[in-house]
Design a protein around this ligand. Structure first.
Ligand SMILES: NCc1[nH]cc(CCC(=O)O)c1CC(=O)O
Length: 343
C-alpha cells in the first residue's frame, strides 16, 4: 500500500444500473478503507452506443472491452461489471479479482401496466394462449418455450428502464428481466413472479453470474488485490467461478442458451455436516425442443476446484447431447442467423 492515502479510479458503464452498482461498491469499500478516495470514471461502451446491430455480430466484450483498455492503460484501477456481462475469458493482464455478495440471481416476470391493472394474471402460467412475452435473451426464450408453448416470445432490447417502458407501451403482456437489476434500482415493486428451477408450471435457470458483480483489476496490482479483500464474499465468488467455468467450457468461442443455478447445501456424511456446492446447468436448443440438463454436488474449497467442477459438469452435458445442440446453433450463426449473447 502506498504511504500516502491513495485515490482509486473506478471504471463503469454509464447506465443507471451500472452507476448504482458502482455506488454500492464504493460505499462498501469506503467503510472498510476510510482513508482511500474513490473516483467514478463512467463511459459508454459499444453495447450502450449501438442499439441496432445484432448482438452476436458485435462480438464478445461489447460491454467490457473499452473499459478493459482503460484498465490496462492505467486510466482506471478497477472495473465494476455486472458479472453476467463479463466474458469468461479476460484480456492478458486483467483478472476477475473479487465477487461481493450477490443480489437475487433469479429471473422474474413483470406484467405490463395494463395487465397489472386488470389484475387477472399473477403468474406466467396464467397468461392465455398467444400472450406476448418480451425478452432479449435466447436463454430465457428457449427455456420458457419448452414449458409455455402457448406464449409468443418477442425481442425487447434496451436498458432496464427502456424495457419496462416498452413493456407498458408496445403491446407486451409481460417481460422477463433479472431480479437483481430491478431490486438495485428500487423497481422491485413491479416483480410479479420469481422464476427458478422449482417454479410450478415451468422453471428457468438464470444466466451465469446473474445478480453478481465482478471487480476486474490489473493482474499485477497488489494494492487493489488487498483493498478488494474486504468486500469479497468467498462462497458467492466460488459459486460464480463454477458457473463461469460451465460457460467457458461449453461456449467454445460463441455464446449459447445456457442456464445455471448454484446453492450451498448442507450434506450429512459419516455423521458430519458438510457444506457442499450444488451446481445445475441446462443447455437448450433455440426453439426449446431439446434440452440437456445436469447437476453436481461436491465439496469445493478453492476457486480452482470450483472451475474443475464446472468444467466436469459441462463436459458431461456435452457428452449427453449438449454438444449437438451447440453445434447446431453455431451452424445457424455462421450463416447469419441471430443468436444473442448476454442476458
Ligand atoms: N443483460 C443485461 C443485464 N446485465 C445485468 C443486468 C442486471 C442483472 C444482473 O446484474 O445480473 C441486466 C438486465 C437484465 O438482464 O434484466
Amino acid at each position: 500500500m502506498a504511504a500516502t492515502a491513495p485515490t482509486i479510479k473506478m471504471g463503469t458503464r454509464r447506465s443507471a444500473l451500472a452507476l448504482r452498482q458502482t455506488e454500492l461498491i464504493i460505499a462498501a469499500l469506503q467503510s472498510a478503507h476510510p482513508h482511500v478516495t474513490f473516483e467514478v470514471h463512467a463511459m459508454a461502451t459499444a453495447g450502450d452506443r449501438d442499439k441496432t446491430t445484432p448482438l452476436p455480430e458485435m462480438g464478445k466484450g461489447l460491454w467490457t472491452s473499452e473499459l478493459e483498455a482503460k484498465l490496462v492503460a492505467r486510466e482506471v484501477d478497477v472495473i465494476v461489471h455486472s458479472l453476467k456481462d463479463m466474458p469468461t475469458t479476460l484480456p492478458e493482464g486483467c483478472v476477475l479479482r473479487c465477487v461481493p455478495a450477490r443480489e437475487d440471481p433469479r429471473d422474474v416476470v413483470i406484467f405490463s401496466k395494463a395487465r397489472e391493472e386488470a389484475g387477472r394474471y399473477k403468474k406466467l402460467k396464467d397468461l392465455p394462449e398467444g400472450a406476448v412475452v418480451g425478452t432479449s435473451s435466447v436463454r430465457r426464450a428457449a427455456q420458457l418455450k419448452r414449458r409455455y408453448p402457448g406464449l409468443v416470445f418477442r425481442d425487447v432490447r434496451g436498458n432496464i428502464e427502456t424495457r419496462l417502458r416498452k413493456c407498458d407501451e408496445e403491446g407486451f403482456d409481460a417481460i422477463i428481466l433479472a431480479a437483481a437489476g430491478l431490486l438495485r434500482l428500487d423497481l422491485g415493486a413491479r416483480i410479479a413472479q420469481y422464476l427458478d428451477s422449482n417454479t410450478e408450471g415451468g422453471g428457468l435457470l438464470h444466466a451465469v453470474g446473474q445478480g453478481g458483480l465482478g471487480l476486474e483489476v490489473r493482474e499485477d496490482d497488489e494494492q487493489m488485490k488487498e483493498l478488494l479483500k474486504a468486500i469479497e464474499d468467498t462462497p458467492t465468488m466460488t459459486a460464480c467461478f463454477a458457473e463461469r467455468s460451465v460457460m467457458r467450457t461449453l461456449e467454445g468461442g460463441c455464446s449459447v442458451p445456457i442456464g445455471v443455478e448454484t446453492a450451498w447445501v448442507e450434506k450429512e456424511e459419516a455423521g458430519e455436516k458438510k457444506k457442499k456446492l450444488q451446481l445445475r446447468a441446462v443447455v437448450v436448443s433455440l426453439d426449446g425442443s431439446q434440452a440437456v440438463e445436469g447437476e453436481k454436488t461436491q465439496e469445493v474449497t478453492s476457486l480452482e476446484q470450483a472451475e474443475a467442477m464446472g468444467k466436469e459438469l459441462a463436459q458431461e452435458l456435452a457428452g449427453r447431447g449438449a454438444q449437438q445442440i451447440l453445434d447446431e446453433i453455431n451452424k445457424g450463426r455462421d450463416s447469419g442467423a441471430a443468436v444473442k449473447v448476454g442476458a
